[in-house]
Design a protein around this ligand. Structure first.
Ligand SMILES: [Zn+2]
Ligand SMILES: [Zn+2]
Length: 664
């Protein structure tokens, strides 16, 4: 495009006198495309020498100054200079000023200047629309769109349309987005690859993946961005098999994957946790020479760690020649969710010694690692030095990790004190961490206080009611628990159904609570009964506090014995090799009864069992779990962002995997 602009500029210069930018649009048929291109160049921060080589030195100077300027006062000085000595059309400096004002968030100044500018053309309108689009001002973009169309009678151009489609996509404005799609169709602009790509991206964000597919399939010559947009739409909508299929098609059409493709694909695999598939993608990354791209390998490292393969994450990290802060923090996050607090600290110290500077994300993961491993002294130390030594001010995430850490180790009043003295308004993660600890340690008063704060912050989250109800039930306050359940029913709050997933034979097998749908269901339930009998013989006693129904204890035991992770566990023991860890993924938190059951099973069956719940990994072996602190498994409730939530609707369970990654 740069080259093209230069050629157009030369043609333009050879035919006209100096100061060509003052010519009116009508004088030169090429001017419109020329101005658009120059606008593009300036937007892309590319050197716009095609203009500066012949324009007034003052214009060149002011434009360069505007490009470098990041202060409002500097913009105003340039603005004043233009009013004094130049015309807003000179070098399109008026349009550039509008963009600069908008980039600095000065909407009023931008609009005022725009109104004052004479002879506005498409470039001017686009400066305003694009600025508002970047700021996410859907309403302003739409009204400008109407003005361009009706009041000024200008035909819509590609740049305007792209800006407005982009803001509709981020604002989830479906009606407006569909209207723009119709406009593009009517104006014959769907054939423009950029317009089609942005619509695919928009429909992907809306969750209308079929519309995205139809648009893509109608394209005569999709480019790299088109392929990436359709793969990303699959990822955003949790349909990994389609993402892989489009990736294979892309390859067959002669396109090589780039960073965007690989990151999308790896993220899609979080919904399809098949070890074999991840390894295949890993080899694609290697074959394509993308293994030097830190963003891609960090995503891969993250994925391995989320799939319970911390060793593979370590190897990926070790192979990064120049790991950046994101990769480093991702590795610490891996240690944290696997309950390897000591390793996280050792790794942190080693890397800091090598010159890496930690930021707030690094400290969030480090404190989370301390919390998951019950390292109170270390946690307090890092919480203190993060601001004292590294100048990183604690944020809500850091406070929730600290409350979780203190609460998990039974220091409930310290945790409450921290909340009372924190300089920020505590959020649901902070109160949730305290409530969770109160449940573990049976502190009703504090639990009630935490739950009330939580319910005030988020009255529609059933977990808060369930946890408080558990505290009441555990303390024998049945009428309080019953009142809470009634309140929950009145607010129509229901728990998500629990389900567990296990990989076997190139398939993901999904089990719900009390599930008899699997073809081998008879064998599985027989195995489960046998396991429960065996662990009861060595001292296992059922814990039924997670059952909120008002039923007999025997019925509760029967209900808790049919939890999905127990069924998945029985199936895993039937079909997997004893020499490999058995990995189960659960969409919700594992309940205390299942946790204890798996501990016993790991001992009597002599198996390593790994369960990833919505919070973290539990590594069970020889009757112990990696999450056990001071003899109590602390179910925590801190911020859930470290571990991706497994949304059961998005997993492709039980389906034969027709997808494979091909590479020639
Ligand atoms: Zn359970
Ligand atoms: Zn555990």
């Amino acid at each position: 495009m740069w080259f093209h602009a230069k050629i157009v500029a030369r043609m333009f210069l050879s035919a006209h006198q100096p100061k060509p930018l003052l010519f009116k649009l009508a004088l030169l048929p090429h001017l419109h495309s020329f101005t658009s291109r120059c606008y593009f160049l300036s937007q892309a921060s590319l050197p716009c020498r095609s203009i500066s080589s012949y324009r007034d030195p003052l214009v060149t100077f002011l434009l360069d100054a505007l490009k470098c300027s990041s202060s409002v006062s500097c913009c105003r000085v340039i603005h004043a200079r233009v009013i004094k000595s130049l015309n807003f059309r000179d070098g399109f400096i008026g349009d550039q000023l509008v963009s600069s004002y908008l980039n600095m968030g000065l909407i009023h100044d931008a609009e005022k200047l725009f109104d004052e500018m004479a002879n506005k053309d498409f470039v001017s309108w686009n400066s305003l629309v694009s600025g508002f689009s970047k700021m996410g001002h859907l309403g302003r973009c739409i009204s400008l769109f109407s003005m361009i169309k009706s009041e000024y009678g200008l035909e819509l151009n590609e740049l305007t349309l792209l800006s407005i489609i982009s803001v509709c996509a981020s604002a989830q404005a479906r009606d407006e987005g569909q209207y723009l799609h119709c406009c593009a169709l009517k104006l014959g602009m769907l054939a423009e690859v950029k317009v089609a790509n942005s619509l695919i991206n928009m429909y992907g964000k809306f969750g209308c993946v079929d519309c995205a597919f139809r648009l893509f399939q109608a394209m005569s010559e999709p480019n790299m961005i088109s392929w990436n947009s359709v793969v990303a739409s699959c990822t955003q909508n949790g349909i990994p098999i389609e993402a892989i299929n489009y990736f294979n098609m892309m390859r067959m059409n002669g396109f090589f994957p780039d960073e965007a493709t690989m990151v999308s694909l790896l993220q899609a695999c979080e919904f399809l946790p098949l070890g074999m598939l991840i390894e295949a993608l890993h080899s694609v990354i290697f074959t394509c020479g993308l293994d030097s791209n830190v963003t891609i390998v960090t995503t891969l490292l993250n994925l391995y760690s989320k799939l319970g393969r911390l060793d593979a994450s370590r190897k990926v990290y070790a192979e990064i020649s120049k790991p950046d802060k994101v990769a480093w923090s991702a590795m610490i996050a891996g240690y944290a969710i696997h309950g390897c607090g000591k390793e996280a600290i050792e790794f942190f110290e080693r890397t800091v010694m090598a010159g890496m500077k930690p930021d707030h994300v690094t400290f969030t993961h480090l404190l989370s690692a301390c919390s998951h491993s019950g390292l109170v002294k270390e946690g307090k130390y890092y919480f203190r030095i993060m601001s004292d030594v590294y100048g990183v001010q604690p944020r809500l995430d850091h406070y929730s990790c600290m409350v979780d850490l203190l609460g998990r180790c039974g220091l409930l009043s310290d945790a409450r004190n921290l909340i009372m003295h924190m300089p920020l308004q505590p959020n649901s993660a902070v109160w949730g961490a305290l409530l969770s600890a109160c449940r573990v340690y049976g502190n009703i008063d504090l639990g009630k206080e935490a739950a009330e704060n939580l319910i005030a912050l988020d009255p529609y989250d059933p977990r808060n009611y369930i946890m408080l109800s558990n505290i009441y039930s555990a303390s024998g306050l049945w009428s309080e628990a019953s009142k809470l359940r009634t309140l929950m029913k009145r607010n129509v709050l229901t728990k998500n159904p629990g389900c567990s997933f296990i990989e076997h034979g190139n398939k993901i097998h999904r089990f719900m609570v009390d599930d008899y749908s699997h073809p081998d269901s008879d064998k599985i339930h027989k195995k489960l009964e046998e396991l429960i009998r065996k662990i009861q013989e060595v001292g296992f006693v059922s814990e039924t506090e997670s059952i909120l129904h008002d039923v007999d204890e025997e019925v509760k035991i029967n209900m808790v014995n049919k939890h999905s992770e127990k069924i998945a566990l029985a199936y895993g023991l039937l079909v997997t090799n004893a020499d490999k860890p058995l990995v189960i993924i659960k969409n919700l938190r594992i309940c205390r009864d299942c946790h204890t059951t798996v501990k016993f099973v790991s001992q009597i069956e002599k198996r390593v069992i790994i369960i990833r719940d919505s919070k973290r990994f539990h590594h069970f072996s020889d009757g112990l779990c990696s999450c056990v602190v001071s003899g109590i498994c602390c179910d925590c409730h801190t911020t859930e962002k470290f571990v991706s939530q497994v949304d059961n609707s998005k997993l492709n369970e039980g389906r034969p995997l027709s997808c494979s990654v091909s590479w020639n």
